[in-house]
Design a protein around this ligand. Sequence first.
Ligand SMILES: *Cc1c(COP(=O)(O)O)cnc(C)c1O
Length: 480
Amino acid sequence: MFDHLQHLESEARVLELSADQRHHLTREAVAYTERFYENCPRRPIYQYTDDMGAGILTSPISPGPIDIDEALHLLHRYVDSPGLNAAAPGDLAYIPAGGLYPAALGDYLSAVINLYTGIFAVAPGAVRLENMLLRWMGELVGYPADAAGNLTTGGSIANLTSVVTARDAHSLKPKDYARSVVYVSGERHHSIDKALRIAGFTEVVMREIGMDATYHMRPGVLAAQIDADQKAGLNPWLVVANAGATNTGAVDPLTEIGQVAHDRGLWFHVDGAYGAFFTLCEPGRERLRGIERSDSVIMDPHKSLFLPWGSGAVLIKDRRTMVASHHYSPSYLQDVEGGEELSPSDLSPELTRNFRGLRLWLPLKLFGTRPFAAALEEKMLLARYFRARLCEMAGFEVGPEPDLSVVLWRYVPARGDADAFNTQLVEAIKRDGRVFLSSTRIDGVFWIRLAALAYHTHKDTIDLAIDVICERVAAVLEAG
Ligand SMILES: *Cc1c(COP(=O)(O)O)cnc(C)c1O
């Protein structure tokens, strides 16, 4: 038996690296990082490769090792090359990606120190750090200092946490679901619907409240609908408003909606996944006034704080409701109960989780908040600038003046079907490879969107986008 044990130990000890081995791996990874950044400006924004990554499957997981060179080669060739080059300034599609370098170091250090951040007593410094970040976000949206919150992996989980908390705060039981009513915008994000379904609300009554011509929910219509539902014996429960709708960037009239919701005893949730961090800059704060009236709000650092994907946040104004929905005391955790700070696992479906606050804390500390505020105000101005440039040119139709940093536009050709033309146009722009734009449909109309949110998107990027658009319009007109 001892022979076998010794043999197993010698195999298993491969997992324990010496300092030299660590240095070697780290050097290779850093060299990869620098090649990646150097290469970025030369890469098309959307890269088509021969096999679009399928080659990764030719190297299956196996008992034997490969070395770091080979692993990084696989990563480069099959994983980081095909598809969207998320590190490029010309990413103006969907909600553009960030990827601040200090956040990558935060992830790295977080994995190295590998703290167990589900529970305060286990990693008190880490939980204090995360709760400090959440209190800072709470201040941004005007929440009281004793609000609760959680750093999530993204906005969808944050919306789910909000829906579940709102459900329990109103003591809704399954027998109540079919007569409970949720009030939403036609421009809500689909993760709201998904959260409701996952939370069991397949039979809930959904009311899409009419929007004005600039895609904002109309508070008067909301009030009338709630009153009618109340009169009809239904149970109006939840209002969800946008602080930056994904399609249009529109911020609903939060002050008025908050008033309507509170006067009638509904839970008021604000989806600020894209928009809520615009409270960092003065014009954004102005636009988002009323966000403090919400009972819950979500905001995605991996959108408007330019973090790599994997960071959302949810804030709940009344901490007791959030704890009531998520807290358990199992016997195997009896040694680590309680403490000065709320534990993340008492505010989330998760127990074990990574120390995800570090990827946010490190950039905020190394840069301070000032450059973030400037960047967000810059993006708001860039969106206005882009829209104004298009307005000066013949043939373009634009959507409303942007609330934040999304512009809707399309080209209306003198002859032929505009939807078909713009479908071709957005594909031609993608193939061109210098900037990346996405399209959508609103009230049946095909629009192209420009979202200025990548941290390295500046005026030169917008000027380039205008040039590319004009060239491609000419090319599609000619081909058509
Ligand atoms: C992106 C987005 C979400 C979903 O967030 P994920 O981080 O992608 O899960 C929800 N609401 C809005 C308005 C969004 O833009």
